[in-house]
Structures are given as structure tokens and as C-alpha cells.
Design a binder for this molecule. Structure first.
Ligand code: BGC
Length: 360
């Protein structure tokens, strides 16, 4: 072969090989399948969680199979079991009912599929390999601390009237939120500085099944009609999240609260939903908690990557989250208190929202 022909042949070979070499980092990734199960689209956070996680996993060219079960427990179980049948490597599950997945996870274990509980711990199964979440006790503590400070409980005599709402009994997180808030408010309830006129304070009696705003709305109306009709002021409402807070606010508006002549009680929340940031700016809600879903997604992504590379996944807690059968190795992310004073710093400057999203 002539020298010039040899060079042409070499260049041709290189040109053919180049795409293979360039794609090397991801070779084989697309054969790894990750099932991603979110509970619903009713609350914006689950959409944000899913979007962030999808973005990261697809960048690495993993095949992601996202499913959303619209808060239907049976549908979520079916979706997970179909995925197990089809074949996948990792299941990432934000459970609708954390107590209903034992049989399903047994099937996953039989097929050697790794299970990551996402945000909500899956209970009563030995087959939960990892958990990635926020510090759920801290979420409640931030809510309690906000009320403590806003009412100046350490220094004032009170008494102040408060009503208490909790999250869904199907969600292990709800226990942590409630316990965290009560770790601050409990002593003031005991001393009588805080009074619950309805007397309803135990978590089971103040729970909001499936986190439904409509149920919170209904319960709030009952409370106002029964206990706050004679001009008795209601100073604060412990609401476990933004969706429940929205239900409560709707009722308060129906009862004439307007943030002006009739100021709203101090209402807590969690998730930093746009509607609730607007409510905070309008003086309807006092605070929320920011749980940066980008961080949670990033931690989950790193876990997945490590597991698929046969490395041990990074966790930072091995004592807090017991699912009744075992302590699940967990990566815990940090929640942040948000109110009218710091929302720009926490939500806008961090690029989580644009100012226009909130002002629209
Ligand atoms: C999540 C909260 C959410 C609630 C209702 C909890 O498990 O941690 O962020 O507001 O579920 O969806």
C-alpha cells in the first residue's frame, strides 16, 4: 500500500473508532434500568423531585422508567410489580402507603433488585437497602421553633390558643414531623402557655389522611364552628405541610380572615410550594420549610451510581430510621426554615425559583 493510502486508511479507522472511544464513559449505562416511583402530582414537590432525578440519571445515560400513581396505593403496588417483572436494577420508591409494600419488596429481593426508599421510609420490610431523605424531625422542630419565637413563648405569659394538624398516618415521616414540633411546643402545652381549645392534640386524632387539603379544610371548619365562635382568638395553627396549610387557609378565608381587619393565625408549613410562598407574602401563612429537592435527587443519583458500580453507597446516618425490622442506612439532607424575610435568599438566590414564578 502506498504511504498516502496507509495514512488515509489509518485516518478512516480512527474516525470509525472515535465515537466508540468517546462514548466509553457511558458504555453499558443504558442497559441499567431504574424504576422511579413517585406518589402523586398533586403536590408540586414530587414533580420537582422526579424532574431533578430524571435529569441526573439521563445525563449519565441510565434508562429511567418513571411512574406516578396519583395517590392510589393499589396502582403504585401494581406499577412497582410490573417493573419487577419487566426487569430492572434499582427501584427508587416514594411510597404512598409505607406499610403496604412488604410482599412487593420480597419480589424485588427475589430478583436481587436494590431498593432505595425515597423521602418516605418503607416500613416492615427487611428488603429496604437504603433510605435518602431530609431530617424529618428537624422539619417539625423548625415549625415548632418558629411558633415559639413568633409568640415569644419563653418571655410572655400567654396563654395562646393553638390548634394542631398532623400528616397522614400512612406516612412514617408524619411521626417525625409531629414529634419534632412537639419537642419544642410540648413543654408550653404542659405549662398551659399554649392551650388547644379543642383538646385534640394526639397525633392520631389530628392526622390528615393522605395529606388531603380537603380533609384539613373540613376539620378546620369544624374547629372554628365549635371552639372559636365567641370571639375567642386563635393565635397559631401547627400545619405539617403546605398542602394541609392551603386547606386550612381556604377555611379561614371562608370565615372572614383577610390578613387585615381580621389577621390570620400563625400557620406553619413545609415544602415551599409557590402557592404557599405567595400566601406567606400575602400574610396568610407564616412560614414554610425548604427541602431542596435538587439535593435529595443528587444524593439519590450518587447512591444509584455507587450501587451500579458495585461500590458501597455513601450514607450519613445509621441509627435514626428503624422500619420495625431493621435500621435502614440513610443519607439525611438538611431542611431550612423559610419566611417572608429570607425567602429571596433561600429560594431565589439559590436558583430554585425565579422571582417571576412567585410574582406571576
Ligand atoms: C413529605 C412532605 C410532603 C408530604 C405530603 C411527606 O412524606 O416529606 O414533603 O409534603 O409527604 O406529600
Amino acid at each position: 500500500m502506498k504511504k498516502s493510502n496507509k495514512i488515509t486508511a489509518l485516518l478512516l479507522c480512527a474516525a470509525l473508532l472515535l465515537p466508540l472511544i468517546a462514548g466509553c464513559a457511558n458504555v453499558g449505562n443504558e442497559s441499567k434500568v431504574i424504576g422511579l416511583f413517585m406518589p402523586s402530582k398533586n403536590e408540586p414537590r414530587w414533580i420537582q423531585d422526579s424532574d431533578s432525578l430524571m435529569r441526573q440519571l439521563q445525563n449519565k445515560e441510565y434508562r429511567v422508567e418513571p411512574r406516578n400513581a396519583e395517590d392510589d396505593v393499589e396502582l403504585q403496588i401494581r406499577q412497582i410489580e410490573e417493573m419487577i417483572e419487566k426487569g430492572c436494577d434499582i427501584l427508587v420508591i416514594a411510597a404512598i402507603d409505607s406499610t403496604q409494600l412488604q410482599a412487593t419488596l420480597q419480589r424485588a429481593a427475589d430478583k436481587k433488585i436494590t431498593v432505595i426508599a425515597y423521602d418516605r421510609l418503607i416500613m416492615d420490610s427487611p428488603h429496604v437497602d437504603y433510605y435518602v431523605t431530609f431530617d424529618n424531625f428537624e422539619v417539625g422542630r423548625l415549625q415548632g421553633e418558629y411558633l415559639e419565637k413568633a409568640l415569644d413563648l419563653p418571655n410572655s405569659n400567654g396563654p395562646f390558643h393553638i390548634e394542631v394538624f398532623a400528616g397522614s398516618p400512612t406516612d412514617n415521616n408524619a411521626i417525625f414531623f409531629y414529634d419534632g414540633a412537639m419537642s419544642v411546643l410540648g413543654p408550653y402545652l404542659d405549662s398551659g402557655k399554649l392551650i388547644v381549645k379543642s383538646g385534640q392534640v394526639e397525633r392520631v386524632e389530628v392526622a390528615t389522611q393522605d395529606w388531603l387539603p380537603s380533609l384539613a379544610k373540613e376539620r378546620m371548619a369544624g374547629l372554628l364552628n365549635t371552639y372559636y365562635q365567641n370571639g375567642t382568638e386563635l393565635h397559631a395553627i401547627l400545619s405539617p405541610n403546605d398542602a394541609v396549610a392551603m386547606g386550612i387557609i381556604e377555611t379561614l378565608k371562608d370565615f372572614g380572615f383577610d390578613g387585615d381587619e381580621k389577621p390570620f393565625p400563625l400557620i406553619t408549613g413545609q415544602d415551599s410550594d409557590i402557592a404557599n410562598i405567595r400566601a406567606i407574602l400575602a400574610g396568610e401563612q407564616a412560614m414554610t420549610v425548604f427541602k431542596d429537592t435538587r439535593t435529595l435527587a443528587d444524593r439519590t443519583f450518587r447512591m444509584i451510581d455507587d450501587i451500579l458500580l458495585n461500590k458501597s453507597a455513601e450514607t450519613n446516618d445509621s441509627k435514626t430510621y428503624h422500619n420495625n425490622l431493621k435500621i435502614v442506612p440513610t443519607y439525611i439532607c438538611k431542611p431550612v426554615m423559610v419566611d417572608a424575610e429570607n425567602y429571596k435568599r433561600t429560594l431565589i438566590d439559590s436558583g430554585y425559583y425565579e422571582m417571576a414564578d412567585i410574582m406571576d
